[in-house]
Design a protein around this ligand. Structure first.
Ligand code: PMP
Length: 419
């Protein structure tokens, strides 16, 4: 470790409280699934900007189109004006993503980030139903603004901000009580007027909990929740900010369960390039916004529309989905081998697609492994309420060699911390 670098960083942090993860270096450039620090050290990226870089760093076609656009005096910021690049993105999204899946949604630009998509979803659900309560789940993560934080199932994150303000109810996510069907609890709470649960406007959930420890809900659980929402006239909001854009093997994570949410939140990898962009997809019958009811300055980033349109090219055929699923199978197999080889870890495989990982019950061990991985050239994050889950989140374009190389480092580091 470069101690000098570490101390410069700490000095910097004392001046400005920036958001720095515990990777003590200064990164200079990145390409594909690799990052390089300013001393030229190479790192495999198993973090992918927390899921914002599904197509890798500095995608050549995205780079080329952005440079051409800037050189030709393209409009960078356009708020909610009509621009060629916005129209192109919208047409492609309709043609490549929605139409082949027989999905009908109004597409809204709620603001630049995932939390903006969630806020807009909560607002419209309350407006449409005229109800206030929103059901959310244990260990969920939906963002850091007051509304999205209020439906985040992590009391530590909520405490400092004094949320929830009002009207949110936490229910157990799938597998929270192993062996139980927790969807049935929700139904019981709704039926029992003594439960104190007001008839909710909506249920919000992630199909795989990205920050909450990579718990993946089973398809039948998701279908049961979707069915309950229909019968109780509650809107189903799927937060696909992290699990969407191909992360679990299909463009939308919920496709695999064959459910059709009323509202879908997308962000992170929707721009394809790491540029800020978010979408809220709303079933046409729920599109009740009046002008001015949800606006904001940064909803018209044309560079993001350009790279987002390039990213959609990946979804024109089934090929990309198949590749992701093959790579996911490789990761599943490697995780199983690691768990076999190191039974003393008492680890548990988590996740789905290219958002898998290993939960390690011994406190602090996952973080030790992640720190050691950095020293060996791998950017690896931990997730879960106690940071107990090693999270493998590489760009989806990573090749098998990169996956093996990264997972080899994980294994070496495990061996090292266990020795
Ligand atoms: N929802 C989910 C599922 C997320 O993982 C995140 C970010 N980790 C958010 C919402 C919030 O997105 P942002 O950080 O862009 O506001």
């Amino acid at each position: 470790l470069n101690e000098e670098k570490l101390s410069t960083f700490q000095n910097y942090e004392s001046a400005v409280r920036s958001y720095c993860r515990s990777w003590p270096t200064v990164f200079g450039r990145a390409k594909g699934y690799k990052l390089y620090d300013e001393d030229g050290r190479e790192f495999i990226d198993f973090f992918a900007g927390a899921g914002a870089l599904n197509y890798g760093h500095n995608h050549p076609k995205m780079q080329e189109e952005m440079v051409n656009y800037i050189k030709n005096d393209g409009i960078i910021h356009s708020l909610d004006m009509g621009t060629e690049k916005k129209r192109n993105f919208l047409e492609r999204f309709q043609q490549i993503i929605l139409k082949p899946r027989n999905l009908s949604y109004k597409i809204m630009f709620p603001g630049p980030t995932g939390t903006n998509a969630v806020e807009s979803a909560l607002k419209i659900a309350r407006k449409v139903t005229g109800r206030k309560t929103v059901i959310h789940f244990t260990n969920a993560f939906h963002g850091m603004t007051i509304g999205s934080l209020s439906v985040t199932g992590n009391s530590m994150k909520r405490q400092g901000a004094g949320v929830p303000l009002h009207y949110t109810v936490t229910m157990p996510y799938d597998n929270y009580f192993p062996g139980a069907n927790t969807a049935e609890y929700l139904e019981q709470f709704l039926e029992d007027r003594g439960s104190g649960v007001d008839l909710p406007a909506a249920v919000i959930l992630e199909t795989v909990q990205g920050e909450g420890g990579l718990q993946a809900a089973r398809d039948e659980w998701l279908r049961k929740i979707a069915d309950i929402c229909k019968r109780w006239d509650m809107l189903l909001i799927i937060d696909d900010v992290q699990a969407g854009c191909g992360r679990t093997g299909t463009f939308f994570s919920f496709e695999q369960a064959k459910i059709e949410p009323d509202i879908v939140c997308l962000s992170k990898s929707i721009s394809g390039s790491g540029l800020p962009m978010a979408l809220t997809l709303i079933k046409p019958e729920h599109d009740r916004w009046q002008p001015g009811e949800h606006n904001g300055t940064f909803r018209g980033n044309n560079l993001a529309f350009i790279t987002a349109a390039v990213a959609l090219e990946y979804w024109k055929t089934e090929q990309f989905s198949m590749e992701i699923r093959e790579k996911a199978a490789l990761v599943t197999k490697r995780i199983a081998d690691i768990l076999d080889k190191y039974p003393q870890l008492q680890g548990e495989a988590r996740g789905r697609g290219l958002m898998q990982g290993i939960a390690i019950p011994e406190e602090g061990l996952a973080q030790k492994i992640s720190k050691q991985a950095f020293r060996c050239g791998l950017i690896l994050e931990t997730s879960g309420p106690k940071d107990e889950v090693l999270k493998f989140l590489p760009p989806l374009i990573i090749d098998n060699e990169g996956l093996h190389e990264g997972l080899d480092i994980v294994e070496q580091c495990m061996k090292f911390v266990l020795s």
